[in-house]
Design a protein around this ligand. Sequence first.
Ligand SMILES: N[C@@H](Cc1ccc(O)cc1)C(=O)O
Length: 318
Amino acid sequence: MKLYDELEARGLIAQMTDEVAIPDIINKGEATFYIGFDPTADSLHVGHFVALCLMKRLQLAGNKPIVLLGGGTGYVGDPSGRTDLRSVMEPETIQYHCRCFQHQIEKFIEFGEDKALLVNNVDWLLDLNYIDLLREVGTHFSVNHMLRAECYKQRLEQGLSFLELNYMMMQSFDFFYLYKHYGCNMQFGGDDQWSNMLGGRELIRRKLGVNTYAMTNTLLMNSAGVKMGKTAKGAVWLDPEKTSPSEFYQYWRRVEDQDVFMCLRMLTFIPVETIREMEEWQGKQLDRAKEILAFELTKMVHGDINAEKAQHMADSLL
Ligand SMILES: N[C@@H](Cc1ccc(O)cc1)C(=O)O
């Protein structure tokens, strides 16, 4: 199965700017693409995991990932799709979070000159000159248009600070910068990032007359339409100190019957054909599917030994 068909079969694709060119470019392994991660906490969580796996799938098909750590955008905070105000983080906290993210990401993605790059936007955003930026970038953004963007909808009721209104311009500038310096021609991200991604694409088009691409992945939602990866205790983290391998395993072992195959498709590397056969399973066999899901994911995040331990622990609880 070609990469694009596989991503589609896994239900990973939400929106894209070009339905002909994007499948073609990624199938040929010709994309240099980036995904940005803002250092909002000292660990990645399950929501980031979908993006990391997507990167891995694209990398395995010969495309080149650029992982962008938002050490610069972290100073501003993305209001997209959020109703709550983000607290302004201290520079030391931002740096520390970036180191934590980097450490975790390095376990998933193989870095190296031709394989993948890791960059931090603090390296170019922090030194921008305000007046220059307003003149060179600000002129290309319509506030009217921004206020209509889907991602700010809920936020406009609560109030959107001027700081946050600038976020879209920062992320757009990143895409422009990565295109210029690394030939990055595509941006991926969660579906809540669509407006920010289009902003960058438009900036590149206006400043350089070049066409670039953007594609979003489906957010991990359960059948009730609720974002997955949260428990009563809070987020399900990838850091074993924050969510133990056993808790991590249990989270997946306990997904609802209707969600197990969607999770297998979106999160694991089990071939789509195998998952299709498993979809015939019913009753007790669904428990088996959940065990496979929990084991596979725990293995990917915490390694074989921890996955086995977590499974034994779960078995002994039964
Ligand atoms: N805005 C993204 C992170 C990001 C940061 C900078 C970028 O250039 C791209 C993406 C998020 O909140 O998830």
